[in-house]
Design a protein around this ligand. Structure first.
Ligand SMILES: NC(=O)c1ccc[n+]([C@@H]2O[C@H](COP(=O)([O-])OP(=O)(O)OC[C@H]3O[C@@H](n4cnc5c(N)ncnc54)[C@H](OP(=O)(O)O)[C@@H]3O)[C@@H](O)[C@H]2O)c1
Length: 177
């Protein structure tokens, strides 16, 4: 990634884990950042830390909520578009994870809404804000490839996100998905 104050990235799930690690890396490069997470306390702590290095907009909310995604789009518009979008926000589902035969379908729907539908919905909402050559990173998992017992809900959601990403790349050759 280039060192630049004119570059902007939106990272979902930026309050901890991989999302925060990526945000820290881009903050070192002085990229403008937009981050989200449901929990405002951890998100604001991340914002305060990152803001020592770069400009940061933190918006608390759930990526499955269309109104929250619209707030993210508005922030991106203010920043003049995106050079990178990282869909890192994700849920595992129940812990311990049930076998597929025992999997509560309402929870499976929530896992799919968060891990598959929301990343695509965000990309759809942001399509006119993605700069040429934008880097779109949808974080998947080895559980989307390997058949681990008990990982059928989360794993199948990540397999769907993986294939969705391949097809988005084929359909949008101007993006780096
Ligand atoms: N950890 C692993 O071993 C591993 C392995 C393979 C792949 N991955 C993938 O890597 C990515 C990051 O994993 P991680 O372990 O670093 O995650 P993590 O520590 O659990 O952090 C997840 C982040 O996403 C946010 N988040 C979760 N659901 C959200 C929602 N509905 N709306 C907005 N934000 C939401 C969380 O904050 P709130 O809870 O406050 O919303 C948090 O900031 C995920 O996509 C995960 O599936 C992780």
């Amino acid at each position: 990634m280039t060192q630049s104050t004119s570059h902007t990235a939106l990272i979902t799930g930026g309050s901890r884990g991989l999302g925060l690690a990526l945000a820290r890396g881009l903050a070192q490069l002085r990229w403008n950042l937009i981050i989200d997470a449901r929990g405002a306390e951890a998100l604001n702590a991340a914002r305060d830390e990152l803001a020592r290095l770069t400009s940061v907009i933190a918006i608390a909310g759930d990526v499955t909520d269309a109104a929250h995604r619209e707030a993210l789009v508005e922030a991106v518009v203010k920043k003049g578009g995106l050079d990178a979008l990282v869909n890192s926000a994700s849920i595992l589902g129940p812990s311990p994870q049930p076998s597929l035969l025992e999997y509560p379908l309402d929870v499976l729907e929530r896992v799919y809404r968060t891990n598959v539908i929301a990343p695509l919905a965000l990309i759809q909402a942001l399509r006119y804000q993605l700069k040429p050559g934008v880097c779109v990173i949808n974080i998947t998992s080895d559980a989307g490839v390997e058949a681990y017992e008990g990982w059928g809900g989360y794993g199948s959601s990540k397999a769907a996100l993986e294939q969705l990403s391949h097809i988005l790349a084929a359909e949008n050759p101007g993006w780096r998905v």
